[in-house]
Design a protein around this ligand. Structure first.
Ligand SMILES: Cc1ncc(COP(=O)(O)O)c(C=O)c1O
Length: 450
């Protein structure tokens, strides 16, 4: 039988044939026709050191030459020991223990289970309910999808998901109805407290949130004061504060922990994408010594592990990536280049009639599109603006990360830029120029549909 499209099924549409990626060099990916793509989003905010980094590749090869994996139920290794030491030092404070996993969703699940195990260890087995936010993304496994405030992705599974409370998104550009931008931090923190009281604190295990929301909202950082107030509320009611830094963490926002910007330490944090920068599947849940000690004294160890947890070659990749980030001062570079990128975006799009908001932190920024800057009305979802921006950019050799559903999960469009930390200023300029041409071409089609 003749089939159209690919046999393997991930994200492409029926009949669609994606180009083959055959090489990568720095900020660029090259396909089998020789076309070069400037990776303005580092895939999904993944390739923090860009592509084809020889040092990382040599470190992974060197590990494979010795041993692929010293299975972590039986052995430790230099790679896992050094990486654990390095990332707990970067996380700082009481965040002193790590559980390695293979990606972001597994990290979310691990954080959920650690929270539950902690409460059981302390004799609070009734604390099983989770609170999260709308316009958030925590992953596609069942627990993570239950936490995620992403109606379109939840839709096929919604009846089978865990009951989770979803609070308002914390977004000063689109505050909850009747709330001013200045009131967003206190309103949203109060909403958390009200929900804990409504449920009964004795039922609540943890509050999960992205310190800077990624694809589900488009680089939305909470306003000053929100995270501090959330910290106080969580501590007051014995609810664990869990920061999902899968996308925004590991330096992308200009601090190694995104939440460090707010001067706040969570009970549990987890990260993935930038940890090994796409050179190996790797994630990590980092937990406070206090949480770990409670679990260890009741159970001995964590009641969650996977076959590939702490895979040696994956940890060698993570270690090589993290060493380069420190050696080359890339966290600070994200902060500085983020300011430059933001200025360039304001210069090019600050007066654009269809760009309502330009936001983000470090090299994690987004533009939100609107039909009308005054009313902030989005374009109708059926016009598919985000997909047109993606396609126009792809045709011009720019990879960016446009998404739909920015306003309420269904309507609204934004485009995320999250380039490799190693991007040069020239490449930032090229990226902004390509983006501008792509956005204008996409908008021409979408406005013409009116
Ligand atoms: C904030 C956040 N959390 C969790 C995940 C899930 O990570 P993964 O796709 O590696 O399972 C993602 C993925 O995009 C994410 O952006």
């Amino acid at each position: 039988m003749n089939i159209t499209g690919h046999r393997w099924l991930n994200q492409h549409l029926p009949g669609q044939r994606l180009p083959k990626a055959v090489a990568g060099k720095g900020t660029f990916v090259i396909d089998d026709s020789g076309k070069q793509y400037l990776d303005g989003s580092a895939g999904p905010a993944l390739f923090c050191l860009g592509h084809g980094n020889r040092e990382v590749i040599e470190a992974i090869k060197a590990q494979y030459d010795k041993l692929e994996f010293g299975y972590s139920a039986n052995f430790t290794s230099d790679a896992i020991d050094e990486l654990a030491e390095m990332i707990t030092r970067q996380a700082g404070g009481d965040l002193m223990r790590v559980s390695f996993v293979s990606g972001g969703s597994e990290a979310t699940e691990t954080a959920m289970k650690i929270a539950l195990q902690y409460h059981v260890a302390r004799g609070h087995a009734g604390r099983t309910h989770f609170i999260a936010r709308r316009q958030s993304w925590h992953g596609y496994t069942f627990g993570a999808l239950s936490l995620s405030g992403h109606p379109a992705r939840r839709r096929p599974y919604v009846g089978a998901l865990l009951p989770v409370s979803h609070l308002s998104p914390v977004n000063v550009y689109r505050p909850p109805a009747g709330v001013s931008a200045e009131e967003v931090a206190s309103y949203c923190a109060d909403e958390l407290e009200r929900e804990i009281l409504r449920l009964g604190a004795e039922r609540v295990a943890a509050f999960f949130f992205e310190p800077v929301v990624g694809a589900a909202g488009g680089a939305v950082a909470a306003p000053e004061g929100y995270a501090r107030r959330v910290r106080e509320i969580c501590s007051k009611y014995g609810v664990l504060m869990v920061a999902d830094e899968v996308m925004c963490g590991v330096g992308r926002c200009g601090t190694w922990r995104a939440l460090a910007h707010d001067g706040v330490e969570p009970d549990i944090m987890y990260t993935a994408k930038g940890l090994a920068g796409g050179y190996a599947p790797l994630g990590a849940a980092i937990i406070s010594e206090r949480i770990y000690q409670a679990i260890a004294s009741a159970f001995g160890t964590l009641a969650t592990v996977h076959t590939y947890s702490g895979h040696t070659a994956a940890c060698a990749a993570g270690l090589a990536v993290q060493k380069i980030i420190v050696r080359d001062g890339l966290v600070e570079k994200c902060r500085r280049d983020g300011e430059y990128l933001m200025k360039r975006l304001h210069d090019e799009f600050g007066q654009h009639p269809f760009v309502g908001d330009i936001r983000g932190r470090g090299l994690f920024v987004a533009l939100e599109f609107v039909q009308d800057r005054e009313t902030k009305a989005p374009f109708p979802a059926e016009r598919g603006l985000y997909a047109k921006v993606r396609d126009e950019a792809f045709a011009r050799g720019l990879l960016c990360y446009p998404s739909p559903g920015t306003v309420d999960g269904y309507s609204g469009d934004h485009v995320l830029l999250s380039p490799p930390y190693t991007i040069s200023r020239d490449e930032i300029d090229q990226m902004v120029d390509l983006l501008k041409a792509s956005i204008n071409a996409a908008l021409e089609q979408v406005v013409a549909q009116h």
